[in-house]
Design a protein around this ligand. Structure first.
Ligand code: ARG
Length: 461
């Protein structure tokens, strides 16, 4: 047996070394090496506690902490080396620690298993990632407020069935996305809270005979301690919570992306992206493509898939550790990376875009003001159903004559219904229509002002 094999973490029980193909399959180090900073943070808390509780001497504890900090420096400098024989990040860190501090490193794992260790690393990762995503999302929400505030007069058609429905303020539309992101923040905070529990003390699954102090390690890490050792090594709910938060956020981002793909098309022509956020075509010289928004839409697929992947991995597992749990990491990393990459681009892409107010304010085209007429009749005592039928008739007649509602002369309106005689003409403009909304939360300028105040308040809380 080679020196390498004798050094192997669990080598004592084995007479032969692992087959190369098995080692390839088994190793998580190629992807879990990114957990190294969290692994070391957890080990430092554990080493301090070992010293505090007299499980190792004070000097040994200090030596372990010193060595772990040295490993951390190497990780941070990008000088941490590993091989497949390390199997996973926990083993690689311990191996490196031993190279630095010598055999005292062999005491670090007292009262701990890789099962509670890996669960802790992942908790720390999720806590950190949820915070980073939160920051990126807050920046996006600030950008939405700025753009909404800077374009308070712009009106675009609101759509149902992707048919022009009613004019709405651009600021109202942008703030609609703001409020869905506000709900995403709650989901991210829930994931962060779920992650903020330390599994240390669980050891393999049933606890440890050593007088460890899970409250102390948890406290050092700013976490709550475990309650049930079996649950602590088995559950990945906090990871599911983050994957769910990312999937829903991804769906929100995708819908926003889809709108911008439409808005920047020649057919809509509502908005233009800054050159810094568009790409060209290798063959068609005229093209300016909204790739970033398409990717935002595209990434929703894998964000949903990653949530599914972990749910399915977990569903058949008995409590305790099974190696299946190693499959929790890649979907989680992938979702976090995908969301952070999008959020790194989106705020500035929103801020630097420009709008074509004239194109958008053709918002009444397609009879988008017809509801206004029906509501007018209803407000003058006509039962709404009757008003709806009368205006429908008018729309049909305008269509036959090839004119818009606005062009329908007052006499024609009156012949449809006598109450139209008193119609204020500016009601049949996009601005008149949005101003005419009275319900709270509506697209009226007053209500949007209130929303802007509410949005600013939300961010300052
Ligand atoms: N690489 C493993 C994982 O990611 C670490 C835990 C290994 N534990 C074990 N009992 N083999 O889950």
């Amino acid at each position: 047996m080679s020196e390498r094999d004798r050094n192997h973490l669990w080598g004592g029980r084995f007479a032969a070394s692992p087959a190369e193909a098995f080692e390839n399959l088994n190793a998580s180090i190629p992807f879990d090496v990114r957990l190294a900073p969290y692994d070391i943070e957890g080990s430092i808390a554990h080493a301090r506690m070992l010293g505090e509780r007299g499980i190792v001497s004070g000097g040994e504890s200090e030596e372990l902490v010193r060595g772990l900090n040295a490993v951390l420096k190497q990780v941070e400098a990008g000088r941490f080396e590993w091989t497949l024989a390390d199997e996973d990040v926990h083993t690689a860190v311990e191996r490196r620690l031993r190279e630095i501090v010598g055999d005292v490193a062999l005491k670090l794992h007292t009262g701990r298993s890789r099962n509670d260790q890996v669960a802790l690393d992942l908790h720390l990762f999720v806590r950190d990632a949820a915070g980073k995503i939160r920051d990126g999302l807050l920046e996006t929400m600030r950008a939405l407020i700025e753009v909404a505030d800077g374009h308070r007069d712009l009106i675009l058609p609101g759509y149902t069935h992707l048919q022009r429905a009613q004019p709405i303020l651009l600021s109202h539309h942008l703030l609609a996305h703001f409020w869905s992101f506000a709900r995403d923040l709650k989901r991210l905070d829930a994931a962060r809270e779920a992650a903020n529990v330390s599994p240390l003390g669980a050891a393999a699954l049933g606890g440890t005979p050593h007088p460890v102090d899970p409250v102390l390690t948890a406290g050092t890490l700013g976490m709550l301690p475990l309650v049930n050792s079996l649950d602590a090594v088995s559950e990945r709910d906090f990871a599911l919570d983050l994957l769910y938060a990312c999937a829903v956020l991804g769906v929100h981002l995708s819908r926003l992306g889809e709108e911008w793909v439409l808005w920047t098309s020649s057919e809509f022509g509502f908005a233009r992206l800054d050159d810094a956020y568009s790409s060209g075509s290798s063959i068609m010289p005229q093209k300016k493509n909204p790739d970033a928004y398409e990717l935002m839409r595209g990434k929703a697929g894998r964000l949903i898939g990653n949530l599914n992947a972990l749910l399915v991995t977990l569903k058949g597992l008995p409590l305790g550790y099974s190696k299946d749990l190693q499959e929790d990491k890649e979907p989680l990393f992938d979702s976090v990376d995908a969301i952070l990459a999008v959020l790194a681009v989106l705020p500035e892409m929103l801020r630097t875009a420009s709008f074509d107010g004239a194109r958008m304010s053709n918002a009444s085209g397609g009879f988008a003001l017809a509801t206004e007429l029906a509501d007018f009749l209803a407000s003058r005592g006509t039962p709404f159903r009757e008003a709806h039928r009368a205006v429908g008739e008018l729309v049909r007649r305008c269509e036959e004559e090839g004119i818009s509602l606005e062009e329908a002369v007052p006499e024609k309106l009156s012949s449809i219904h006598p109450a139209f005689a008193g119609l204020p003409r500016d009601l049949l403009t996009p601005a008149g229509s949005v101003a005419n909304k009275k319900s709270s939360g509506s697209t009226s300028p007053g209500s949007v002002e209130e929303q802007l105040r509410g949005a600013r308040d939300f961010l300052s809380r």
